[in-house]
Each structure stands twice: as structure tokens, then as C-alpha cells.
Design a protein. Sequence first.
Lengths: 244, 473
Amino acid sequence: MKNKNALQKLVLLVVTSGFLSACSDSGFSTGSTISSESGATNNSPSAAGGGSGGGMDPVISAKSEPLVAVQNYEQIYVTMLNLTGLPRVSTLTVNDETNGTAARRIATEYLSRTSSFPVGPSASGINPPLLLGATSLASAVCDGLIEQERVITDMNSRVFFKNVNFTQAVSNFAGATYDGVIQNFAQEFWGRALDAEELKAFQDARTEFVANITAGQQTNATQTRGLALLTCTAALSSFESISL
Amino acid sequence: MKKSRTKQAELLHRLVTRRDFLGAGLIAGSSYLVAPKWLDLILKPANANAADCPTNTAAMIPFITIDLAGGMAMASNFVPMNAAREPIARYTKLGLGDRNLPIERAFNNAPFAGYAAAGTDDNTLISKFYKGLRSKGTMFFNNTAFCGICVRSRDDNAENPFSVNGLLSRASYTGSMMANLGTANSASGGRHRSAVVAPPAPLRVSRIADIRNSIGYSAAAGTALNQKQKETLASLVNKLNGSQARRLAQIQNAAEVQNLLDCAGIRNQSLITSTNNGAIDPVNDAGLAAVWEINTGISENDRRRVHAAMVYNGLMGNSGSVTIELGGYDYHDNTRTTGDRKDEEAGKLVGQILESARLLNKPVFVYVTSDGSVFSPDSAARDAVWQGDRGEAGAAYMFYFNPQGRPAFRDFQLGQYTDGQVVDERSPVGAKPDIAAAAVFANWLKANNKMDLLEPIAGRILSGVNVNSLLVL
């Protein structure tokens, strides 16, 4: 069982274009081949296939070694929305006032960030702009998520921010409530519980957050939302959320 | 069976991420990718700090590549010579007529197709590239050296391994804020494939906001969090990424991915922590604005503003290598006018870069490449039309501007042409764009006093090549 779980936790790229091409309404690009030259940031057909550089086309083989891969720009966007349950706004109608404000903000941020995101699955697409862009986009999504959940007065019925009282000071977003929220993020975004290192990182972040606000701000409910935004953003934009 | 197939089809239609597939029990360790060998090369930065990240070597000379997509008449602007550095028998297929064509010597005595009529009216210059070069003034001429590289390449093809950006990155050439910039949706950021090794994924720039967004948070992270909170966020993301990358220990490229994440995280924390990331847009610099013909009334998406910003950030050391692709150079439409217009455009861009370097008092290497070339009818006319592709009559250009004075190039040309009006493939660079790229890289290393890096970075393709024959510096 342990080996099976470990295997399931391997990050895989399913190069089965039939699966992805069937998902036409998800808007995903079909499984992109990795060019022999590049870190596969180029999705163009001309880059696929062999070249004089001595690389080779990817093949699917049970004997092949697995690789880490990342989502492309559209996959990052759609995945973040799917994981949080927020509506997707067509980028063609992003400015349409009939779309929700949060959804428009998210779509606008996505459009401004596409050049930072990879177009192919290769992990060589990991660079500083990708991580900054993912965090910025995640913050727009999380902001929308907070907007959506904070109006749910039955706090325990929320999906993500259970028992977080957004009308109270940040001192109330602590202890078991805080731990419960971050564990929820891990389960919903990564499909597993936090490990000890991650838990400590989140707890240290809260400590640092509170230490860096004034005494007056500590009684301010705005900082509760700020902490919620920070933790949600970090979880949603971490590598495990944007990898394949 | 039909029912279960329908159900499976519906399920597949909804699946979007790994987690979905795992949850549906469809990829219990089924599909993998073969790792191409190049992955090892591109995922290992050259020099070291604790996370083995490329360090920002501020003293490295900025490097800007201009990729001209389609096959510019490179050897009909710069006039290639034979091995003795004398004109070849004729240039009748190169659209320049006989060997007595007027030559205009510039920089370190480099020959360009000169004035077709008596006098110095630039409108009569046969080389429209040279005309464009001069359009922003000639003050940078005294500090610039030029080398024409006689190299054949594949016509209308993105596979020519001309790009040196990976080599530059392995030499730890990176910017203080951004790694490398490019305009094209490719691994090199430009038209061509990388020689030897691919660079880190470039930031694709189509508007100034792309640069601005790459050096800080935007959306709610940018507006709802104060500076300290942004730093806390960056630190938390770093820690999570590090922890999650370490969970992938069993996977082949996990160590390299971890390094990429660590390095990107270090860079981003530095960017977020710094409250003075400096100017990224030269539009408010009067001198540069005049060179690039820009002002704040021009859209930030306008190509002039984008190119100006990319070059500015490269020259200032904010970014690493800069690659700008210009399209429309597959211009054999049985006229000369289209090609002349595009050649002038390319020359003007190079002139703008060199003049910008002069105004900023920065050195710069400018490398101009194209995929293949063109031919004219076998004609005595010095303005014969372009009829088709002819990659065996190709070339690349290397410019080096130094505000301290013109660099001492021992030659204006690498390789040579034959009397058949084609590249002489007997030279080390003649038939091999990757060797030509390595030659440019070697000269850049020489200018940076870093020749010790040539062998470890590019040694494997220079086996059997006399490296000294590639050096003009």
C-alpha cells in the first residue's frame, strides 16, 4: 500500500492526447510533445521532432523514467478555478459587466500573465516569472474565494474557510481554526494532508504575519482577510498545485 | 459495456489534472516520458551558490540577438570576401552585380554594399541594412567592431542552431531582476534553436507589462498585502516549493527541478524584498526616447516601446540575454523593394541598439542571424530582384560596441565565400550554424576575459576545431 501510494504521488504527464483532446470544453491544449531542442516551452509543431541537436521525441514506455512536468498557462488558470469552484470567464468576454467582478478580475490577471507561464509541460519552463505569475494569479483567485465564502454565515458549512470569522480580529484566526484551514487547503489543492515541514511553514508564516502588523492592526478584521489571502495564495500557487 | 464506456467517456471529458486522473484511478503509474539527454544540460545552471543558481555577474557584457525570420539577404548587405579577403569573382546571384561593386568600409574596415551613385546620399546605398544602421547617427561607429560570419543555414526553418542564449546562461550571464527576455514563443526566445544547450525559459515579452509583472506581485497579492506580508508570502511559497520538490526524490529530474524552484524562489524573494527595483521603461529618458521614437502617448504594446524596454533592460543589466525576432524576411517576391525595406528595418534596429549603448555608456554584443538567404537572377544589376531561397549563401553578423574604444578585431570576417557565390564549407563555421554560434560565444567570452569557460560549456561541439580560428578578438 505504501508503495502504491508513493507511486500515485509521482508527478506524471499523461501523454495521451486522446484524453486531453476529448476535453474540448476545458480548453486545454492537446498533449504537447517535447521538442528535441528545447525545454518544451514551444508548443509549435515545427519544434517537435528530432533535430541535429541529438535529442529525441518523447515516447510512452512502461520502462521509461518518469519526469516532473508543469501545467501550461491555460491549465494553471483552469485548475485554480476548478480547485476553488470559482466560475471561469471567457477571456473574450472578460470585460463584460454581466460577468462577476471577482471572475473578471481573475480573468484579467490571467490575461496579463500568460507570457509568464509555460506553453508546454517541460519542467525547464520553471523560472522566476512563472512562480511570481502563479502567485499573483492565485491571489486573484483566493481573493474571489474569500469574497464567496465570507458571506456564508454558517461558518462551518464553508468548504475552505471553516470557522474563520472575517468580522473579527486576526487573533481569532489562530490555533485549531488556522490549522484546520491550512489542512483543508492541502487536501483540496494537493489531495493529501500537510506534512510536518509544510505545517510548520504555514505556522511560521502566521507568526511572522502577526509580528509584522501594528497593535492596532491586530484588532482589525482586515488583517484576518489578509492572513486568509496569504495562506490560500501560497497553497494554491505552490509547486504541487501547478505541476502535472 | 456500452453503458460503462459512455460513463468512462464522460469521466474522461471532465478530467483536467493529475489529481483528477489519480482520483479516477486511471493513472496508477501508467504513462511516462522519456527524458531526452538535453534535459540534463538545460537543468543544470553553471555556477554555484548554495542552491547552484546562476549568479548575477554584473560585469558581463550585455548580449542582444536579432533573429530575422525567413532568410534575409545577409550576404548582400555585408559583402563577403574570399579567403584572401578580396572580392569573389562576381556577386551576380547575390543581387550585387559584378565584383567591382562599390564598397563602403565601416567599423574595422568591414565591407558593405556602398553608394550606387557618386556622393554620400544614404538613399543611394545599395545595402539598405547599412543605410538603416546609419539612420540613428554614426557616433557609435568609432567604438564598434564588426564581423560577418559566412555560414550556410536551412531556409525558412526554426531548427538552425544559431542561438547562444543557453551558452550565455551557462556562463552565468543573467540579469539582476530577470533572466533572459525574448519576443518569440520558443525556448530561445527567438526564431532559432539553441546551440549546444538551451537557456532557462525566457520571459516572453509582448508588452511592457510583461516585464513589469515579472518583477513583483500583482492582483490581490500586489494590492492587499503590505511589503512585509509580501515578503512573508514569498518566503512561504519558497518553503512549500522546497518541501514539495523534495517529495519527488524518486523521479529522474527531481533534483534539477528542485534546483530550478530554489533558484527561482531565491530570485523572487530578492525581487519582493527589494523596494528599489529600478526603472524598466526608458520612455521618460529623452535621449533614448528619441532613439526609439517613443513617447508616453504610444501604447505599451507598441513594438517600438517593447523593443526599447527589452534593450534597455538588457543594457542596464536588469535582464540577461535579450532576443528580438523580426518577421517578414522571406521576401523573395520578385521585387527588390520588399527586401530593401526589411533590410533597412533590421539595420535601423541594430543602430538603435548601438546608439542606446552609447548613450548609456554600456558595452554590448549584437548578434544578427537569419534562417537561410535569398538569390537573384544571375544579373549585372546591383538591384536585381529576389527570386527564391538560397541558404548556402547565408551569413550572420556580430557587432561589439565598447564605450572605451573600438575593440580590436583582427578580421572583419569569419570563413569566406567561393567564386560560386556560396559559403565555403571548408571553413570551421561554413556549414555549421552551431559552430558559428560557438564562435560568437567564444568572442564574447574573450571580451569578458572568461575564456576558461569555453571548454566546459561548449567544448563538446568544438572538438577538432581550432578555437583560435574562431576568434577575431
